[in-house]
Design a protein around this ligand. Sequence first.
Ligand code: G3P
Length: 218
Amino acid sequence: MKFFVDTADIKEIRELAATGLLDGVTTNPSLVAKAGRDFFEVLKETCAVVKGPVSAEVAATDFNGMIREGEKLAKIASNIAIKVPLTWDGLKACKHFTSKGTMVNVTLCFSAAQALLAAKAGATFISPFVGRLDDVGQDGMQLIAEICTIYRQYEYFKTEVLVASVRNPMHVVYAAKMGAHVATIPPSVLKQLVQHPLTDKGLATFLADWQKTGQKIA
Ligand code: G3P
């Protein structure tokens, strides 16, 4: 399973890339607004740090606008994945870019029917938003299960399921159990994945006992 980080904060991206466990990055207009920096600068710096796919979302909502913006974003680096919304124009733009070999992440997916369309449009990634479904009383992970089941029926669907709007470590674990290809995870949740109180407790005991031996390894 691939781990992407869901942020436009270059400091967090650098810190997490240093672990060697980061496979890509996703950004969206809200994250760019939060970072408060020039979009193109952030993308250039991110693509230099992370060699895997870096999602950059278009702001246009019409096909021609998405193509214009997508072409400009794709010029930044070869690992840019153009992010388009799950609308008819977005799907048309998806088909346009993927048939030219540019990666596309189709975002704002909230149903299996939408995910089916994205696969038909040749999307590189489909981004179902699990947390936002949970927020409105629907089961986000149930949607991931449905999409994974559907995609597995058709070998020629090459679209990867990119679980988005991840809010806690269990979203990541359930996504992995279902065989989702990617989870894009906020930095705070990625850091939570390593934590377990018994690990901390066990380490403290081992260190105390090691001290008692009076030995050194190096
Ligand atoms: O990048 C899209 C997605 O991950 C947004 O998450 O927490 O704003 O629903 P959230």
